[in-house]
Design a protein around this ligand. Sequence first.
Ligand code: DQA
Length: 160
Amino acid sequence: MKIVVIQGPNLNMLGVREQQIYGPMKLEQIHAQMKDVADQNKMEIEFFQSNLEGEIVDKVQECYGEADGIIINAAAYTHTSIAIRDAIAAVNLPTVEVHISNIHRREEFRKDNMIAPVCTSSVVGFGPFGYHLAMIGMLQIMNELQAAKAAQTQAAEANK
Ligand code: DQA
């Protein structure tokens, strides 16, 4: 099982940018915690951050046939990017969207979300802990998919 974590613009500035909103944790610290959870569950994990919309589209596309699930914080592109939304819809993988802040109780423009409708689920407003919750949620999704596959195989065997 492989999960790809995709981080959008300015998330490389975590720990520096608007600490009153995003907290003091750096992206590397968040990723180290996610890696621990992945290791404990024998899961492969890859991290990617870009400030460029097209690079994020490319990374989502690369996940097709390579990854079993995506955790994405598209950051500001969440509110504008039909291209990232279409890429997520195209690869059709289990996708968990994360936002560190509660985008629903901030500026009006952050209420527009192009990404959420094509994601499996969203984790919003838990601070950096949201990434941990996304990992737990993704593990649950993977377990359920594996169980469904095993049941299908068993049913096919029984019908032989
Ligand atoms: C964010 C929320 C976005 O509105 C903002 O542009 C970000 C971070 C969050 O994690 O809370 O860069 O995605």
